[in-house]
Design a protein around this ligand. Structure first.
Ligand code: SAH
Length: 334
């Protein structure tokens, strides 16, 4: 019987899924809900650039750009409001899916593409990533009566294999070593490596990154692996490529990984108040005034969907990672 560690399985499943599906047929994301989302994140980057001393040139990077909507909206706002930033920026996109790269190229013809952060040139940087980290592969550990086990994917579904490791090895509180049977801990090694790599870059060159995703402020035990196929919940262990697999992002773990390499972490804060501080509702109102009533109402409803606590406003969090001693970035004011 061949077993595959959960993270290897998840990586293979998502690569197959993104290569063969239009993920946006299965789920929608904030930039697809309202154009104002990308616009205000573009202005966040413009202000971030000024707070970092307006370095020229500067890399503007997006990780996991999807259809390219967020960046197209961001650039439109930047061009209008911050032309000096527009002139200084060089656009780089981190994307593995050939289908999505083709779609991004139609909207963002002057970008450079990369499979991972490693090949993005060094230099001052602003980075945006929305719903990128939740797609990265996780490991899962479960407490059994006689010790910890790690989860593997097998032909019949999930299999737990005993391990000599424990919570401290996975970055969790060592006090969880004797957790009650059934407790599940998760570890997203590529997400922590991504945060650490940003921090190392920001120690060399000024930079700031904005990471938006659903997940928790504090590391919380629990199984958050979920699968979506044709817009509906599916079995995560269905054949690779048939479902999109995601897990909640552990923002506390990301902040720890960044601080270990000398960077500042600001937040995480819930998405609702963050977007409101960035002017989501003011900008939406202004835009709505010029629209026919039906379209204006849609735009207002979209803003509420992004910000209301029982919708996307609380489950989604925003974390900034920045060079040490970076001033407080927009949206993170106490
Ligand atoms: N940010 C977009 C898309 C989110 S979907 C939005 O908000 O609409 C996740 C995106 O990350 C897709 O573009 C997907 O192809 C990309 N992606 C997933 N795993 C990746 C990986 N390991 N490396 C690079 N890109 C990845």
């Amino acid at each position: 019987m061949s077993l595959e560690r959960l993270d290897a399985f998840m990586a293979r499943a998502n690569a197959a899924y993104y290569a063969t599906h239009d993920p946006f047929a299965d789920f929608t994301t904030a930039p697809e809900i309202s154009q104002v989302f990308g616009e205000i994140l573009g202005l966040w980057a413009a202000v971030g650039w000024q707070l970092l001393g307006s370095p020229e040139p500067v890399l503007l990077v997006e990780a996991g750009p999807g259809r390219g909507t967020l960046m197209a909206d961001a650039l439109r706002a930047i061009t209008k409001v911050a032309p000096a930033f527009r002139a200084a920026l060089r656009l780089h996109l981190i994307e593995t899916s050939p289908r999505l790269r083709a779609e991004q190229a139609r909207r963002l013809p002057d970008a450079c593409w990369h499979d991972a952060l490693d090949s993005v040139p060094s230099g001052p940087m602003l980075l945006l990533a929305n719903e990128f980290l939740d797609a990265l592969p996780i490991r899962q550990f479960i407490r059994h009566a006689d010790g910890w086990a790690e989860r593997f994917a097998g032909p019949q579904g999930m299999v737990d294999c005993p391990t000599a490791e424990g919570p401290a090895d996975w970055g969790w509180d060592p006090a969880l070593a004797d957790a009650a049977p059934g407790v599940v801990l998760e570890l997203c090694e590529p997400a922590c490596a991504f945060a650490a790599a940003l921090a190392r870059r920001f120690a060399q060159h000024r930079g700031a990154a904005l990471l938006l995703d659903y997940g928790s402020e504090h590391s919380t035990p629990g199984d958050s692996l979920q699968a979506l196929a044709d817009g509906r919940p599916a079995d995560p262990f269905s054949p690779p490529g048939s479902a999109d697999l995601t897990a909640h992002v552990d923002f506390a773990a990301l902040a720890r990984a960044a601080r270990r390499f000398g960077a500042d972490a600001q937040g995480p804060v819930p998405q609702g108040p963050f977007l409101a501080r960035l002017g989501l509702f003011q900008r939406t109102n202004r835009l709505a005034r010029g629209l026919p009533p039906g379209r204006a109402a849609e735009l207002m409803e979209a803003a509420r969907r992004l910000a209301e606590p029982d919708r996307m406003g609380r489950l989604f969090k925003v974390l900034a990672i920045a060079s040490a001693n970076c001033p407080i970035l927009p949206g993170f004011e106490a």
